[in-house]
Design a binder for this molecule. Sequence first.
Ligand code: SF4
Length: 138
Amino acid sequence: MSYSEWFYSHGEKHKAIMDKLTRLSVDEVITYFRFDNMVKNEPDFCPLYKENKKCHDIPELNCYLCACPNFKFRDKGFSMRGDKMLFSVCNINSKEGGEFIGDDAIHQDCSKCHIPHHESYIRKIFDRDWFEIMESVC
Ligand code: SF4
């Protein structure tokens, strides 16, 4: 599955959950997307839930903004950097981000960045439409 395919499929899963939560306030929606609740009530949202595993080891991991809106990608790549194709970047150059550099490809490394998983950040850019957030943050 390409990143684009995953992105649209994940967005549809997010929408299906949001369609059930129309009566909840913004704070209640954000609370619903906490890891502990999602594992119990939305087991198909993330493959890691089945193993009760977190993508980032933070106590209050929130899954509302997976994937991060600052993560920009192109399946065909942005440009060549030397002999390697740059496939993804962090739009805000987070100091917690890094790069995976392979033989012929460079990918954004978000494994040490917690920004999109903090509720204060989610509240700041919240929209009930996940695709809207992903497209508007640039
Ligand atoms: S480094 Fe952080 S802010 Fe940047 S794209 Fe990755 S998760 Fe998002």
